[in-house]
Write a protein that binds this ligand. Structure first.
Ligand code: DON
Length: 572
């Protein structure tokens, strides 16, 4: 009976045309994936830069585990990938231990104690976006150092000294600049110079092939190695940072550093067919939003859909817009607002949300609202994935928000500060830098964490580790992660193949399907436009930059290192 209902539900929803297609059809997607990615038998690190992957892997070759590798990889990214790697930002880590237990760590930035709801509004009450994105006021209290020290202390095997020495050496000896890196630095050089107010390491002319040594950062790391994370959050380093940030228009005080805490939180976990998906809960919207979208998609039959065809794009779009409408209303820091996670993920609620989907025409976002829920009152980030020889897996997304964060570089300490305050809803109903509209659940308050879209995720299949994945990309992170899981699960792609595929995105408002510039034909966009969808395909547009690992049924680890960047997988 359940089968019949399920069949009926699936096919009635998509419509008569689809019934004809599905009757008597065999699944058209290949039965075994092609392995295009780097493979390994025991351990793997996939990150935005080869130097960071190499340092993480060498830690595991010396007997360290995934948490030791996380510590070293994250710091190495701060050296070689200042675009997003950081000491001045924050992040989220989702883990699965070899025994199958899971957990997550929130080391998201926090609003300073002097922050207030209207701090980014001008005299006319309008959101002054320059203030929430550039310079001292845009900075949230950084969490990265406390985060990686906490993770390593709880689960790591090696000494902090052994993990930090190769990173310090990397900062001292330098790394070689890639073409992509030099292009990005050129693009942001002037604004970094204006914000920092002086010529610094990253404002001089930097060309591909140049070697960059960051001696100030090496010195900061040496102090952290010798004195521990307290050296960052207390004493003269915290004094220096607060004085410097205040001189640049910010309000962070040294006590804000002292009061910063990381939180071990229960991850969000949900079923999708035979998969168990474990992802980040609030203050990230990633896990809940991904769970809502996948819950809305599950009743449909993907065997009869061609990858990225019009009906497939429609289905994703309609589920995505409905989930992002809820994101905007319900989600914020769980220590400040109550979040009805269970109801948001309930199948009955999600089915009712999708009931208005009509495959013949677009649902306008203006007709989609959040809830109602019964009883409820109302460029740049980086991701890395690690699997260790012990069978532990960790998925980490870390960020300073925009490219080079607030553009404020600290020449004395050798890193950029974040501009994470822009992830708050500065004024309900007005978009942030990712075009996301927020509500009062994500309003600014002292000590509160800003809502994130970061979606570090681990997928198990029939109880076995299957995937470790995540991405940067602001609001597009969630839909990027979604597409990788669908590509692998429904279209039987290997991980590298799944990562290489072109991607699309919809986030409720603006009511637009965004497409990457490569890989989608005009006639597909035209056919969607005819059904009332608005589409946009900008030149050079990429959506997400995934670094993922898939564990095949043979036990082989296969990487998906995104060719959209300099991302590199290494394993043994
Ligand atoms: O936490 C968030 O959702 C954002 N601060 C992430 C920023 C990001 O991914 C920028 N990268 N392109």
């Amino acid at each position: 009976m359940l089968m019949i209902l399920r069949f009926f539900k699936r096919h009635v929803k998509i419509g008569a045309m689809f019934i004809l297609l599905s009757l008597g059809c065999q699944p058209k997607h290949p039965l075994s994936p092609i392995l295009l990615g780097v493979t390994a038998e025991n351990a793997m690190v996939v990150s935005a830069r080869k130097e960071a992957s190499a340092i993480g892997l060498s830690v595991m070759a010396r007997g360290g585990n995934a948490f030791d590798a996380m510590f070293a990889t994250e710091l190495a990214l701060a050296v070689v990938y200042p675009y997003a790697g950081n000491l001045g930002g924050g992040g989220f880590m989702v883990y699965r231990l070899a025994d199958g237990s899971t957990g997550s760590l929130d080391y998201r930035e926090m609003a300073p104690s002097a922050a207030h709801r209207d701090m980014f509004l001008d005299r006319s009450g309008n959101h002054d976006t320059a203030k929430s994105t550039v310079g001292g006021l845009a900075i949230g209290v950084p969490g990265t150092i406390k985060g990686i020290f906490a993770a390593q202390k709880k689960f790591g095997l090696l000494s902090v000294e052994a993990l930090m020495n190769p990173v310090i050496e990397l900062a001292e000896k330098g790394y070689v600049v890639t073409q992509k890196q030099s292009d990005r630095l050129a693009q942001y050089r002037e604004i970094i110079r204006q914000t920092t107010g002086t010529q610094t390491l990253y404002t001089r002319d930097i060309n591909p092939g140049d070697t960059i040594k960051n001696l100030a950062l090496a010195q900061t790391l040496r102090r952290l190695r010798d004195q521990g994370q307290e050296a960052f959050y207390q004493g003269d380093m915290a004094e220096h940072m607060s004085t410097y940030i205040q001189a640049k228009g910010g309000v962070i005080q040294s006590e804000d550093f002292e009061h910063y805490k990381v939180h071990w939180r229960d991850p969000v976990s949900f079923q999708y067919e035979d998969l168990t998906i474990t992802s980040m809960g609030p203050p990230s919207s990633g896990g809940i939003c991904l769970g809502q979208i996948m819950g809305m998609l599950e009743p449909y039959d993907f065997d009869d859909l061609d990858h990225n065809n019009a009906l497939y794009i429609q289905l994703l779009t309609e589920a995505e817009r409905r989930a992002y409408a809820d994101r905007s209303h319900f989600l914020g820091d769980p220590d400040f607002v109550s979040i009805p996670t269970e109801q948001l993920l309930s199948r009955a609620y999600l089915e009712q949300k999708m009931a208005s989907f009509d495959p013949k025409r677009a649902t306008a976002s203006e007709h989609i609202a959040h809830g109602p829920l019964i009883g409820h009152e109302s460029d740049e980030t980086t991701h890395y994935s690690i699997v260790d020889p012990f069978g532990n897996a960790i998925s980490v997304t870390t960020t300073i928000n925009g490219a080079y964060g607030s553009k404020l570089f600290d020449p004395e300490l050798g890193f950029f500060y974040n501009n994470e305050m822009d992830d708050f809803s500065a004024k309900p109903g007005t978009p942030n830098m990712f075009g996301l509209i927020g509500g009062t659940a994500n309003a600014i308050a002292p000590g509160k964490r800003m809502l994130s879209s970061m979606t570090p995720t681990i997928v198990t299949k029939q109880g076995e580790l299957w995937q470790v994945l995540g991405s940067p990309g602001g609001s597009t992170i969630i839909t990027t992660v979604l597409q990788i899981i669908l590509n692998t699960h429904h279209f039987n792609m290997g991980m590298q193949q799944a990562v290489n595929q072109p991607r699309m995105h919809h986030q409720w408002l603006p009511d637009l399907i965004q497409f990457e510039s490569e890989g989608f034909e005009q006639k597909l966009l035209d056919s969607l436009e005819q059904k009332g969808y608005k589409t946009i395909q900008k030149e050079y547009q990429i959506i997400g930059k995934v670094d993922a690992i898939m564990r095949h049924s043979t036990g082989i680890l296969e990487a998906g290192a995104d060719p959209r960047g300099d991302d590199t997988a290494l394993g043994f």
